[in-house]
Ligand binder design. Structure first.
Ligand SMILES: Cc1ncc(COP(=O)(O)O)c(C=O)c1O
Length: 389
């Protein structure tokens, strides 16, 4: 939309790089057939792009076997695979209060149905989980620890490598939700001792919606939770154990895979560090600007260290949704308000009682002027309330 200042990149990255649009369009025109099903040239070429994208992504996460990189609809889909495919009757799982509903709900459903027990570890005043709390929560029947790498509400990046070390030492499988971090900061499944990882394509990996996936380390006993066509071994009556088929059913979203392929090339060209440095500098400007305004409360935004360019705040006296509407209608600024699908973060911060927060999130196509305009807008909204008091 003309003139829109888009500060809702934690919901989905927008806009996407031109080369992603171009490649998707060209790929679907030239290779829009069902990969891995037949032996004609176009089909083989399509399968090659799918495999090349697995290779790019497995390299990106520093895994080994490209077939352990499986595609799904999005992070929620993969987190369901991971949680339902790993946990069985009598298991205990550990997670945190910083999680998105994509982790909370699959775990809650298993708990409600009497399959598992779970422990949810809190976060501190600055928004970080203490790895030692995870260690303390481990029981003899703990099978899985699931942790959000970066919060979509408060923006804190959790100490994943330390948690991974504890899990490996204790023989507990470690799953990480990288929805907000993949494509933002380097992720190394070997160094961080990650056994299972879920990613989504439409955020900082710069792909379209409807594509995501997971990485599962060799020797991790994940079960397939759904069955269907794979294009190979059609006479076999059950779903295949072999990767990538174990976690993939039916025809892949190949246009989504193509988007991820181009997204990877764009990230490589731009450089992850360069993008993050630019984004976090804008976030820092936003944070300082908002924190100087009377009547503004920011949440867990003390410093840029171990932080994503995501900022949650409230204007005293206003409901978050009112501020969001004013930002949109009066100033043309797109943001997200409410509980942002992470109710326990708000419960822990006490912001559940005031209907959540306003969240501004910076992306690779934001510039200083956007931040200046956002600060000015919030300043005017806060001043309006102060006058009424
Ligand atoms: C931390 C986190 N986890 C999971 C998800 C779910 O991602 P998707 O909607 O792409 O499945 C999101 C999306 O906002 C998220 O921020």
């Amino acid at each position: 939309m003309q003139g829109l200042i888009y500060l809702d990149n934690a919901a989905t990255a927008f806009p996407k790089p031109k080369m992603v649009h171009d490649f998707m369009y060209q790929f679907y025109q030239e290779h829009g057939v069902n990969p891995g099903r037949s032996g004609y040239d176009m089909c083989i070429a399509t399968e090659e792009i799918v495999h090349a994208t697995r290779k790019m992504l497995i390299r990106f996460f520093n895994g080994k076997d490209p077939n352990r990189l499986t595609f799904s609809y999005n992070a929620s889909d993969s987190l369901n695979h991971i949680i339902q495919g790993m946990l069985q009757k009598g298991d205990h799982a550990i997670t945190t209060k910083v999680e998105h509903n994509s982790v909370l709900r699959p775990l809650n459903c298993l708990e409600r149905d009497g399959v598992i027990e779970q422990t949810r570890v809190a976060f501190d005043k600055r928004g970080f989980v203490d790895p030692e709390d995870i260690r303390r929560a481990i029981r003899p029947n703990t099978k899985l620890v699931v942790v959000n790498h970066g919060s979509n509400v408060i923006g804190t990046i959790q100490p994943i490598a330390e948690i991974g070390r504890i899990c490996r030492e204790k023989g507990v499988y470690f799953a990480v939700d990288t929805s907000q971090t993949a494509g933002v900061i380097p992720i190394d499944v070997e160094a961080m001792k990650i056994d299972l990882l879920a990613f989504t394509g439409h955020k900082s990996l710069m792909g379209p919606t409807g594509i995501g996936g997971s990485y599962v380390r060799e020797e991790v006993p994940i079960r397939s939770t759904r069955s269907g066509g794979t294009g190979v071994h059609s006479a076999y009556p059950y779903h295949l154990d072999e990767f990538p088929y174990r976690l993939e059913i039916g025809t892949l979203n190949i246009i989504g895979v193509a988007g991820l392929n181009a997204g990877q090339r764009w990230l490589e060209e731009e450089g992850l560090e360069n993008i993050h440095r630019r984004e976090i500098a804008l976030w820092e400007k936003l944070r300082r600007g908002l924190q100087q305004i009377d009547g503004i409360v920011t949440y867990c935004a003390d410093s840029a260290e171990d932080h994503l360019p995501v900022l949650s705040f409230n204007v005293e006296g206003w409901e978050a949704s009112d501020v969001g509407t004013m930002l949109d209608v009066d100033y043309g600024i797109a943001c997200r308000t409410g509980l942002q699908c992470a109710p326990l973060v708000h419960e822990h911060l006490g912001t559940d009682k005031i209907k959540g927060t306003v969240r501004l999130s910076v992306g690779p196509f934001n510039v200083e002027e956007h931040i200046d305009r956002a600060i000015e807008a919030v300043m005017e909204i806060a001043a309006m309330k102060a006058k009424k008091r």
